[in-house]
Design a binder for this molecule. Structure first.
Ligand code: G
Ligand code: G
Ligand code: G
Ligand code: MN
Ligand code: NA
Length: 253
């Protein structure tokens, strides 16, 4: 309850910021995309983790406002990068509540219109939990999003139900292999096998694969051999405030 009140005030006083974690191309090693991740520094400068406040935002309905702020900031930053000569796509996380919201398409259109960002530079990360309710209805929404040129990415794959039916039926562009698989990759051959299976399956469905949570060079070597398309993790960079990201991108190009 206290957190909810604080979050409501945070929205009014613009305490939410967006950090960006680079996604790196497998062959060139250059930055090819960014994931937008919300950060909250309260009035005392204390940081409150999204793991803590996103669930509260979801339960209280504040997630729509939070999501709107993140989308607008991410689109504006992506536009700024593009104008500076770095046309990097930015992916924004959508929680299930946002996905169900009937106002979602208007919110997306507003963020794109206000920023002037090329639609192809916006990507949305959804999880399987977002489509659990009604598959047919979800597919319609995803198709409407995609018809605008926005790309879709399935996040956290392998951590929930991971229905092969979803993977087959949903109109998607990317699949993210979750960090939990990276953590356990060399623990036993089971984990190597399942990662290899996910990669082969996703590729056969025409999806590009992003491996996330890469911390060790050994993980990267393994995934390169299995031909992932993009990599994300502390090995390359932590999520950065926009100004730091701009510097990194400048050095990288
Ligand atoms: O960046 P970090 O590891 O702290 O993020 C923790 C969790 O919060 C992750 O599951 C991430 O997907 C989620 N998250 C981060 N930013 C956003 C956001 O803008 N919207 C939503 N819905 N979730 C986010
Ligand atoms: O790893 P993580 O993304 O949580 O790093 C965030 C760190 O960056 C915080 O520990 C904080 O010290 C610093 N930081 C970046 N931007 C701000 C800001 O706007 N306010 C405050 N108080 N700290 C910031
Ligand atoms: O749920 P989602 O995949 O959106 O969340 C991504 C989260 O993972 C973010 O909170 C981000 O800060 C975190 N993250 C990204 N790369 C790494 C990494 O290499 N190691 C760890 N421990 N966390 C990471
Ligand atoms: Mn994500
Ligand atoms: Na993930």
């Amino acid at each position: 309850f206290l957190m909810e009140t604080k979050l409501r005030e945070a929205l009014l006083s613009d305490e939410l910021q967006v950090y960006y974690q680079p996604r790196v191309d497998s062959s060139s090693g250059s930055i090819v995309g960014l994931e937008a991740l919300v950060r909250w520094f309260d009035c005392d400068g204390k940081s409150i983790r999204p793991d803590e406040f996103i669930p509260i935002a979801e339960d209280s309905g504040l997630i729509t406002g939070v999501g709107e702020v993140v989308l607008h900031k991410a689109c504006a930053h992506a536009k700024q990068l593009c104008d500076a000569g770095y046309p990097l796509p930015v992916s924004v996380n959508l929680s299930p509540k946002q996905f169900e919201d009937s106002g979602l398409l208007n919110i997306l259109d507003d963020a794109l219109f206000n920023s002037g960002l090329d639609h192809s530079l916006l990507e949305l990360e959804i999880t399987e939990n977002a489509v659990l309710g009604n598959l047919a209805e979800s597919i319609k929404t995803l198709e409407l999003i995609r018809s605008r040129g926005i790309k879709l990415l399935l996040d956290d794959f392998g951590t929930g139900y991971s229905s092969l039916n979803y993977l087959m039926s949903l109109p998607l562009d990317f699949l993210k292999i979750d960090k939990i698989f990276m953590d356990k990759l060399f623990q036993d051959t089971k984990h190597e096998n399942i990662v290899e299976f996910i990669i082969v399956l996703a590729k056969s469905l025409g999806l590009k694969i992003i491996a996330e949570g890469i911390e060790e060079p050994e993980q990267l070597d393994y995934l390169k051999r299995k031909c992932c398309d993009e990599y994300q993790g502390y090995l390359f960079s932590k999520p950065l405030p926009f100004e730091s990201l701009l510097e990194l991108v400048g050095d990288n190009f």
